[in-house]
Design a protein around this ligand. Structure first.
Ligand SMILES: Nc1ncnc2c1ncn2[C@@H]1O[C@H](COP(=O)(O)OP(=O)(O)OP(=O)(O)O)[C@@H](O)[C@H]1O
Length: 345
């Protein structure tokens, strides 16, 4: 921080950290020197003035850095205080403006739909990087309706976005319990044993087949490790935004999985090709040719259809289960249609 800040001119510093002006108020005539790099400004300060102010020249860079860090803490929202994100439209692949401004609040699920290659992952990436007109789409992302502070964009500790990636390769030789305890410990949770128990319980509710806390993570099935990852993110991640590039149907209860994230006050954004998942969302963003074409709110009729899709989903899950254990897919079609009819009525 020291080197970076002292290499800036005063003008650049004030543009980036407006409160830095207050630090310089102690030195007369600083306004006439705004084109000077901070380090040079400190060098040219008069010995007498410094003595008068009671500061040592060589302490100034550190004092400035400490002051800025302190002010940042006071003025910038921490990840826990994120209440909304806003996507301010940019342009599509042909340069056509998106004309869109969408605010998403904590507890909302937003799906992103569109053909392959249309730009769904690009939108997720814009959000992850808190784009400020500096990505190919020209989009801007606001936090609590304001441009995000620079520190939030580049901070490693204050990670705003948790990615639930498609592949989870556990390479560690740990049990489920040890894995969660490691996370809980690194996130400074006090009640590690308690939170571990809750996460294992919740993960087991999502997973088709139960697993014990003492199971090695390498022995979990795809669905079980996915369930563990979702429960772990819901309870231990401080990031308020969860990005999901499709929850593949690995035998986990996807409705419950999304519900769990939402009850933990996350903003959930999910790219998906699956109608069942798309209707689970509150809204969906329709992407085409790299641009936001539309934002659709899930309608009453769609919510009604969700029940039907849920039973179709459950049926397909059952078939997957049968296939896994060597069964045949010899459905009684009439009974199936009867079952669906009952579901509708
Ligand atoms: N508005 C845009 N301007 C310029 N390039 C864009 C824009 N939107 C997306 N792209 C680029 O188009 C390519 C395809 O986009 P992306 O990978 O996001 O598609 P996708 O919808 O996620 O595809 P899939 O469904 O296959 O995963 C990427 O190289 C991306 O950077």
């Amino acid at each position: 921080m020291n080197v970076l800040v002292t290499g800036m001119t005063l003008r650049e510093l004030f543009a980036r950290y407006p409160y830095a002006r207050d630090f310089f108020e102690a030195f007369d005539e600083y306004e006439a020197q705004e084109t000077l790099p901070v380090a040079d400004f400190f060098t040219m300060l008069d010995d007498e003035l410094l003595a008068d102010r009671g500061v040592e020249r060589e302490d100034l860079p550190r004092q400035l850095a400490e002051y800025l860090a302190f002010m940042q803490q006071l003025t910038e929202p921490s990840v826990e205080e994120v209440r909304s994100i806003t996507i301010v439209g940019g342009r599509d692949k042909s340069g056509v403006p998106e004309n869109c401004r969408l605010t998403i609040r904590t507890g909302e699920i937003i799906c992103i739909v569109g053909p392959t290659g249309s730009g769904k992952s690009r939108l997720l990436a814009d959000i992850e990087w808190l784009a400020q007109g500096d990505t190919p789409t020209g989009r801007r992302i606001l936090i609590n309706e304001q441009p995000p502070p620079g520190a939030m964009r580049f901070s490693v500790e204050q990670k705003l976005v948790a990615q639930l990636s498609q592949n989870m390769n556990f390479i560690m030789d740990l049990t489920v319990e040890e894995f969660i305890a490691m996370h809980a410990g690194s996130r400074m949770r006090e009640d590690v044993a308690g939170i571990t128990r809750i996460i294992v319980e919740e993960a087991n509710r999502l997973a088709g087949e139960a697993f014990a806390a003492a199971t090695p993570v390498t022995a979990l099935s795809g669905g079980q490790s996915r369930a563990l990852m979702i429960a772990d993110t819901a309870f231990l991640s401080r990031s308020p935004i969860v990005l999901i590039d499709e929850i593949e149907n690995a035998g986990i209860d996807r409705r419950q999985a999304l519900g769990l994230l939402v009850t933990q006050q996350k903003i959930v954004l999910m790219a998906t090709h699956d109608p069942f998942l798309a209707l689970l969302g509150d809204k969906r963003i329709v992407i085409g040719n790299g641009g936001i074409r539309d934002v659709l709110e899930t309608s009453a009729k769609e919510r009604e259809n969700l029940r039907l899709l849920q039973s179709v989903d459950a049926m397909l899950n059952g078939l997957r289960q049968d296939l896994r254990s060597g069964g045949r897919v010899e459905l009684d079609q009439l009974r199936l249609i009867e079952g669906l009819k009952q579901e509708i009525s």
